[in-house]
Every structure is written in structure tokens, then in C-alpha cells.
Design a protein around this ligand. Structure first.
Ligand code: NAP
Length: 330
């Protein structure tokens, strides 16, 4: 997949394999609920829409879909955008993998957000916890309760949601090559995954997974594109801070940009969708200002060479699950 023309602030959508499209830049909305002020997400989404963002990455499990939806309703009501202008990605949490739970779970998100379809709905993780409404189920010894589910059956339930018009596109997240192949090789496959949302940034550039996804027309959506918020509860903080990287900072100085803008620009020049999270008005704006400069081929190669092939987000809660995706090479 390549650009037919350069992406601009006004139009940076790229095609998906099902005829729909996705803006290359979106706003991430995950922020640990316990330490996040009420309405922080709602305010951020409204500001982002005013800045020009049209893509929002969320999930039921983030606990703030009602805020995201309320921001959408207000910006639609005041005439800034129409529903069709917005691309919202929601995620199926992994205690809802059994096929009969998929549609009711999606409908919970629609109800919370007061919308009648989601643009892109993805399976958040390829491995399930025990099914039910306990988000992080544990046994009496504090061990996480895993469940083995059939990813192909979950996928078929997503296909049915697409056929019912509740979602426009469907995809996956944190899937490795083998798990993608399980879906791609499923007999009677109706729709291929449109995206695979995975960690991706200059320290973890995922060259092999990218090549595989390109071959199958699957767009990579890169999460943690700025190297996460560095919360040691879920982030491997042994890896240095991406935004302090000297190479990114020297390029930033050359273009009068920031290291964050260089990191984001690098990804969109590789046709990788980026979803930086910020609830800060200045940084929301800063992260959007990536369409007025271009890295040279030589600079792209220098950033490729920063790859450490190590993840900030190791998903350690699932390390012992038989479907833990990160034991495979990619
Ligand atoms: P990220 O976007 O790489 O980084 C977010 C952190 O960077 C926040 O602490 C933010 O703080 C700060 N920040 C934002 N813009 C900045 C700038 N210009 N300069 C300096 N600092 C800046 O990390 P992420 O939240 O892990 O990933 C982004 C999104 O990906 C998430 O919000 C979520 O939607 C998605 N995600 C998905 C998965 C999955 O399993 N599918 C996993 C992780 C994340 P402020 O808010 O204070 O600006």
C-alpha cells in the first residue's frame, strides 16, 4: 500500500482491505482510570476534534467510552463534524471472546457512546481471560484465570457484527503472525482483518510483521508511538525513554520540530497508523503538526537503525497463557 498523494492535515486517510479507510493519525485515549481526572478524556477529544483529529482509538475496558461518545455528540451538535467524519476504533475485551458474547459486548459500547455503529472493532488480545464481567479474574491465590477460546469462532462473531451494520471494519490487536494466519487460513473466511494494532515506534519497528501484514493488505496501527507514559505498573521502563533519543532530537532540531513529531512522522511515512495519547491541549496540537515536513530516505534509514527489538508493553499478565503472542519471533 502506498500513498496516492502526500497526506495532509485535512486528509490523511489510507485505504483498508474492505473498501473503508482509516486516518493515519488518531488520538489514543487510554489513561489509567484511577489517576485520571474526570472529564479529562472528554475534554481531550473535544480539543482534538477542534485541532483536526478525526480518528480516535478507544476501548470499553478503558472505562471512558461514555466520555468519548459525549465529546462526539457535542462536536456533532455544534456543527464542527458529522458522524461520518469520525473514525472510532473500539475493542473487544478478552473476557468476552465466546462468540455469543461478542455482539452484546459491542452493543454495550454503542449504548455508552450513544452511536449506532463503530468504524473499526478489533479483538484486543489473542488470549482470553475467564469469560464474564470480571475484567481481571483471579483465583483465590491471586493467579489470573485464563481461558482457551477459539479465535476463529470469535472472528466469525465479529464478521456477523459487520454484516449487521454495527461495525464498518473489523480487525485484531496484539496478534502475531501465527495468530493472523489462523484467521487468514480459516475455512469460509468472509472478511480478512483490516488492521493489526500492535506496539510500534522507532525502538520497536516490527519489520517482519509489517512485511507480512503488507503482503496480506492488513494495515498496522502502531500503539505507544511515543514510547508510552512509562508507568512501571505495565511498562518495561528498562528501555530508555524514546523521546530522549539523541538521533530523534537532532532531526527534530533540523526541522524545528520535537522528537515526538519526528517519531510520529517516521511512522506515517512507513504507512503505519499512529495513535499518540495526550490529554494535554498543547501536546494534542503538537502531535497533529506532522504534515508540514518530510524525512529524507537517509533519515528514515537512520531511524530504522534505532530499532532495539524490545517491547515497552510486554503484557506480562498473560505471560503463562498458551496463546501468549510474544513467544514467537513475530
Ligand atoms: P503513547 O501515545 O506512546 O504515549 C503517551 C504518553 O506520552 C502520555 O504520558 C502523554 O502524556 C505523553 N505525550 C503525549 N504527547 C507528547 C509529546 N508531544 N511530548 C511528550 N510527551 C507526550 O502511549 P500509549 O498511551 O501507550 O499508546 C497510545 C494509545 O494506543 C493508547 O492511548 C491506546 O489508545 C492505544 N494502546 C493500545 C494497546 C493495545 O493493546 N491494543 C496497548 C497500549 C496502547 P500527556 O497526556 O500528559 O500529554
Amino acid at each position: 500500500m502506498s500513498f496516492e498523494r502526500s497526506p495532509t492535515a485535512e486528509n490523511h486517510r489510507i485505504p483498508l482491505n474492505d473498501g473503508n479507510n482509516i486516518p493515519l493519525l488518531g488520538l489514543g485515549t487510554f489513561s489509567t482510570p484511577k489517576i485520571t481526572a474526570k472529564d479529562a478524556c472528554y475534554n481531550a477529544v473535544k480539543i482534538a476534534i477542534d485541532v483536526g483529529y478525526r480518528h480516535f482509538d478507544g476501548a470499553w475496558v478503558y472505562g471512558n467510552e461514555a466520555e468519548v461518545g459525549r465529546a462526539f455528540q457535542e462536536k456533532i451538535a455544534d456543527g464542527t463534524v458529522s458522524r461520518d467524519d469520525i473514525h472510532y476504533c473500539g475493542k473487544l475485551w478478552n473476557t468476552y471472546h465466546p462468540p455469543e458474547m461478542v455482539r452484546p459486548t459491542l452493543e454495550k459500547s454503542l449504548k455508552l457512546m450513544k452511536i449506532d455503529y463503530i468504524d473499526l472493532y478489533i479483538i484486543e488480545l489473542p488470549m482470553a481471560f475467564k469469560a464474564g464481567d470480571v475484567i481481571y479474574p483471579k483465583d483465590e491465590n491471586g493467579k489470573y484465570l485464563y481461558q482457551l477460546t477459539d479465535l476463529c469462532a470469535t472472528w466469525e462473531a465479529l464478521e456477523a457484527c459487520k454484516d449487521a451494520g454495527l461495525v464498518k471494519s473489523i480487525g485484531v490487536s496484539n496478534f502475531n503472525r501465527r495468530q493472523l494466519e489462523q484467521i487468514l487460513n480459516k475455512s469460509g473466511l468472509k472478511y480478512k482483518p483490516a488492521v493489526n494494532q500492535v506496539e510500534c515506534h522507532p525502538y520497536f519497528i516490527q519489520p517482519k510483521l509489517k512485511e507480512f501484514c503488507d503482503l496480506h493488505g492488513i494495515v498496522i496501527v502502531g500503539y505507544s508511538p511515543l514510547g508510552t507514559c512509562r508507568d512501571p505498573l505495565w511498562v518495561n521502563v528498562k528501555i530508555p525513554s524514546l523521546l530522549d533519543d539523541p538521533v530523534l532530537n537532532s532531526m527534530a532540531a533540523k526541522y524545528k520540530k520535537t522528537s515526538a513529531q519526528v517519531a510520529l512522522r517516521y511512522q506515517i511515512q512507513r504507512n503505519i497508523v499512529v495513535i499518540p495519547k495526550s490529554f494535554n491541549p498543547e501536546r494534542i496540537k503538537e502531535n497533529f503538526e506532522i504534515f508540514d515536513f518530510c524525512l529524507t530516505d537517509e533519515e528514515m534509514k537512520r531511524i530504522d537503525a534505532l530499532n532495539k527489538n524490545e517491547r515497552y508493553v510486554e503484557l506480562l499478565m498473560w505471560r503463562d497463557h498458551p496463546e501468549y503472542p510474544f513467544n514467537d519471533e513475530y
